[in-house]
Design a protein around this ligand. Structure first.
Ligand code: SF4
Length: 406
């Protein structure tokens, strides 16, 4: 759908499309501030994403002249842009709001890739869980898995267009297909059967939904086209806190998944997410989380300080002192960085096979090991995305490794 519009900088834009996120309070405040500022400047604003689904009143309080494009209404963007156009021509028309019930048909909409070689494919939307702190599930509704045929067509097209890396995303990839007759492992097998040199990165999978498909998932991961990376958000290593979070998994189950994954793929990468300072988290609970990090040495930990979100069950829980939360978050960051650094230094001097996924931001090419570790090749010669080569890791920087072809 080309309506003749151009992407320009925020400063030059006559129309601003603001894609919102409601996960964190700080992000929400920044977005509301921007929406208000654009309103005071008299600019046309279209607000979309999660916030209009659950916080429409706050948005309109800050700027009553915004147009609203609901989460499932992306295909109606053109209709809103027509209204915007008429208003810019001087017609006195009210702003528009469009909300559709289902995300059906959204998978194959044209999109602009942030990297020409990386394709992001959203395999499902929404979530069937009700974690007590989570507002996303309220914004996005229950699980809706996109049809497997449409996903395969979407990825075939991306590979045809030259993408060498495909990222599968959703609120919880392991829930894929639980509302249909297919599950993630079968989808992965269909994706990896697509001809061409490309790799698949499977995004976040919750422990509770991963457990039931684990054996089939490990089989599907054995394809050389799937990066051996497990993103398993544990959120806390205390069963007491997990229960308050209504996370539906225990630490015994999470550890079982990590161990089985590591037995199958010893070099694999582990990512996790942790919420620090959830209501009721005492020193003992926090120590359990630190111990888990010391034991399992995850390669990357996304750490969030707990902040209450509107409309959630945890909003009524008694929060712990902010100073304690800040202190715990600092301690956890320091431990994770120390572990990450140690693991990185162990890689220096090794020779590894890598897959070249895209041009590097600064110079040369960005490649990935089979376990998705980033290796920049500054002197890549004739190499190009989609090829494999062997490199010697010469250096570890905070964000990536530097390697030279051998
Ligand atoms: S698994 Fe929990 S945190 Fe994740 S989207 Fe579902 S309800 Fe929210």
């Amino acid at each position: 759908m080309d309506l003749g519009h151009r992407l320009v900088s925020e400063r030059e834009a006559k129309v601003i499309i603001c894609n919102t996120c409601t996960v964190k309070d700080t992000t929400e405040q920044k977005i509301l501030h921007k929406i208000k500022e654009w309103g005071l400047q008299g600019r046309e604003v279209i607000v979309t994403g999660c916030m209009p689904q659950v916080q429409l009143d706050e948005i309109l309080e800050n700027n009553p002249e915004v147009h609203v494009l609901g989460m499932n209404s992306l295909l109606k963007l053109g209709v809103i842009l027509n209204r915007v156009h008429e208003r810019l021509e001087g017609y006195s028309l009210r702003p528009m709001s469009v909300f559709e019930d289902s995300p059906e048909g959204l998978l194959n909409v044209p999109r602009k890739r942030f990297s020409p070689n990386i394709h992001i494919c959203q395999i499902s939307q929404g979530c069937n869980n009700r974690c007590s702190y989570c507002i996303v599930t309220l914004a996005r509704g229950p699980l809706y898995s996109f049809d497997a045929d449409s996903i395969v067509t979407d990825i075939e097209q991306a590979v045809y267009e030259g993408c060498s890396e495909v990222w599968l995303t959703s609120q919880d990839n392991a829930q894929y297909g639980m509302d249909k007759e297919i599950h993630l492992p079968a989808l992965l097998e269909r994706i990896t059967a697509i001809p061409g040199d490309f790799r698949v990165r499977v995004g976040m999978m919750n422990p509770a939904s991963t457990l039931g498909i684990l054996d089939e998932l490990l089989r599907a991961y054995s394809s050389e086209k799937v990066y051996k990376v497990l993103h398993l958000p544990i959120q806390s290593a205390s069963d007491k806190i997990l229960e308050k979070m209504r996370r539906k998994h225990t630490m015994e189950q999470a550890n079982f998944i990590v161990e089985k994954f590591r037995n199958a793929f010893p070099e694999s990468t582990l990512f996790t997410d942790i919420i620090v300072g959830f209501p009721g988290e005492d020193e003992e609970d926090f120590e359990l989380t630190l111990d888990w990090i010391r034991t399992y040495h995850p390669d990357k930990v996304n750490i969030s300080r707990y902040t209450p979100r509107p409309h959630t069950e945890a909003l009524q829980f008694r929060n712990i002192d902010t100073r304690i939360v800040v202190e715990r978050s600092g301690k956890l960051h320091r431990l994770c960085n120390q572990i990450k650094l140690g693991k990185k230094e162990d890689m220096v001097g090794r020779e590894v096979e890598v897959f070249i996924s895209q041009k590097a931001k600064v110079k040369g090419l960005m490649s990935r090991t089979d376990s998705y570790k980033p290796v920049v090749i500054p002197k890549a010669g004739e190499l190009c995305p989609g090829q494999r080569c062997r490199v010697k890791i010469e250096e570890a920087t905070p964000g990536y490794f530097i390697g030279h072809p051998v």
